[in-house]
Ligand binder design. Sequence first.
Ligand SMILES: Cc1ncc(COP(=O)(O)O)c(C=O)c1O
Length: 456
Amino acid sequence: MDIADLSFPGAPSIRIPPPGPASRALLERQAERESNARTYPRGFPFAVARARGATVEDVDGNVYIDAWAGAGTVCVGHNHPDVIAAATEQMGQAIHTLDLPSPTKDRFTTKVLSLLPESLQGKMKIHFAAPTGADATEAAIKLVKTATGRRSILSFQGGYHGMTHGALSVTGSRDPKDAIANLMPDVHFMPYGYCYRCALGLKPESCDLACAKFTESVLADPSSGVTKPAGIILEAVQGEGGSVVAPVPFLRRIAEIAKAHQVPLIVDEIQAGMGRTGRWFAFEHAGIEPDVILMSKAIGGGGFPMAVVLYRKELDVWKPGAHVGTFRGFLPAMAAGVAAIEFMQSHDIVAHVAEVGARLKAGLSRVVEKRSFLGECRGLGFMLGVEVLEGDGTKTPSYEKAKRVRAECLRRGLMVELAGRHDGVVRFIPSLVFTAEHADATIRIFDEATAAVEAA
Ligand SMILES: Cc1ncc(COP(=O)(O)O)c(C=O)c1O
């Protein structure tokens, strides 16, 4: 199957600029009845009719190129035929049997563990968490606390690990924390390797990895004020932090420090994993070996809820029932996950992501060079981002301009979301079956949209 055949042909096409009348009616009903915490309809003001491959159609007949992919979840494209067939067949057999074994669960477990790099093969177990990414984070925090008997956690500025109580505690974003008293105590935030906005005000050429050294000193210094942690949690590429790729030496140093101090290293691959960065796991770019790996989003075939924690066998000190929950074994998601991975393997989608991702990044970088209000273009594979600035010669992020870029893109048929500091980064995280044609259309629309913002 040619991956170009998975999407609506000829996308994008805008008949009525969003929100059209049919969308508007549904948005109004939603606003009346749904919680004010809803998020994405504010940036994408339309109602979905259908989706296919790397494209989405709204109820007014507009077709968009989807460079958002359900927040980086849709891997082999919306409604992939193999995923639908596998999930449908499974639904005719069994849907919900918690953590009882089954041939489908066995196949899924084998498939997921087989994706691990050679050096981790045979060394890890899998825990089926409740189905969201945040659930995987919660499970991992409890796991390392239980295994080490310690209580503190080191996390990184800009990191995102979910919105539940524990996961939010280890997440960098301050806004969602402001209204919540008594989040999990003993979490300490270290500077991340975000060289464009170095927390220490240094330059990568001369910093001597001061950010990683800071973490080292926190662990080594008996007066650092931080008790020996139960775990260190990080993303190898920060997603919600703004597609920030940690420098390889930074990741290696943190992994060495964790090992030297016998602190389990938890790598959150919930967004960056499953091929999104052009490797099955983002940590593979640095050749590091995590002790715990978090996976969700794409692991259920790109839309079916599923989350797992992979961890070294030595950490498996959990007693029976130590971390349970009803929805820990949604069999259609496992069948869908196996189908998606098999499609990716048979079509070498990971190499495709690396290749088309490089083309997309090169094109976006050319646009960035033309616009005085655009800053760094960065990322790996299909996890890219562009910094949007005030345009006054400083690196001050501009949420207002970023919002306008998003709106101008949408008017032209391209879905892009915002993230990063002050939501000042436009992100490109399409499904992994995004083609070179989709990439070229994305570059063209981004060029036109940013020209319109500059001219305004
Ligand atoms: C890296 C990372 N970890 C955890 C989460 C939380 O996942 P969920 O929204 O499914 O709880 C996300 C969600 O965006 C994420 O990007």
